[in-house]
Design a protein around this ligand. Structure first.
Ligand code: ADP
Ligand code: ADP
Length: 226
């Protein structure tokens, strides 16, 4: 019962195409789960459903026995293209996310300290006054990850966050993600199409096969390499 329980999740987009068909998956709390599978198998759709970004789906999404989209469960999202507000500074981007998600219940001074701490942890303290479009891709992705951690989410969703980065930047960010996750071990669903990355980061690995049109219970595989 503890952790994320996805039961018979089915998503159809407009036009009736089934993007994800009755997928069942149980992920115990506090792990990094890498999700791999061919393009079009529904990995992004799965994350969007958990993030609450889809207008409709059928099936059940529970976290520790309660609906994921309850106010009690905070979900942090790191999209592939960073998803930062371009007309807001780095610090404001994080501040706004904390306010929207209610993480701001903490007092103002505490909130600002927390933002500073996550910026430092991601190695971007000096960029707090900058605007996203003046930053490199790697720097923007650091901001997006800091923003996701700063809301102190129970669930963290990462959709191929490093796939657009060069190899050196990618390795640095993989390490920094792992270090920060240890400081805040959310239940992380990390989508990647890179098998090496899946093995490097995932404590467990989930394979989403193409065309899950039928009822499918996904297996959570041990990562022998971890
Ligand atoms: P993956 O992330 O594994 O590549 P997606 O979740 O993006 O897979 O897509 C699963 C299927 O749903 C694909 O066939 C894709 O074309 C389709 N799809 C994704 N988003 C939409 C959308 N907004 N409208 C219609 N079809 C979509
Ligand atoms: P990703 O590469 O991250 O899986 P996609 O390429 O699936 O993302 O989707 C990019 C955008 O296009 C998303 O907003 C998605 O909703 C939309 N999209 C994807 N496939 C389709 C489709 N078949 N029809 C309409 N919109 C789609």
């Amino acid at each position: 019962n503890n952790g994320l329980c996805i039961r018979e999740l089915q998503v159809e987009y407009k036009g009736g195409q089934v993007a994800l068909g009755k997928v069942t998956l149980t992920l115990p709390e506090h792990g990094i789960y890498t999700i791999i599978g061919p393009s079009g198998s529904g990995k992004s759709t799965l994350l969007r459903a958990v993030a609450g970004l889809l207008p409709g789906y059928s099936g059940e999404l529970l976290y520790n026995g309660k609906p994921v989209h309850d106010k009690d469960t905070l979900v942090g999202l790191v999209p592939q293209n960073y998803g930062l507000l371009p007309w807001k500074t780095v610090r404001d981007n994080i501040r706004i996310a904390m306010k929207i998600t209610g993480t701001a219940a903490a007092d103002k001074a505490d909130r600002e300290t927390r933002i500073t701490r996550w910026l430092e942890a991601m190695g971007i303290a000096g960029l707090e006054g900058r605007y996203p479009l003046s930053l490199s891709g790697g720097q923007q992705q650091r901001v997006a990850i800091a923003r996701a951690f700063a809301i102190l989410p129970q669930i963290m969703l990462l959709d191929e966050p490093f796939s657009a980065l060069d190899a050196v930047t990618r390795e640095a960010l993989q390490q920094i993600f792992l270090d920060n996750w240890l400081a805040h071990p959310a239940t992380a669903l990390f989508v990647t199409h890179d098998v090496d990355e899946a093995i490097l980061l995932g404590q467990k690995i989930v394979i989403l096969p193409a065309g899950t049109g039928k009822r499918t219970e996904l297996e959570v595989l041990d990562n022998a390499a971890v």
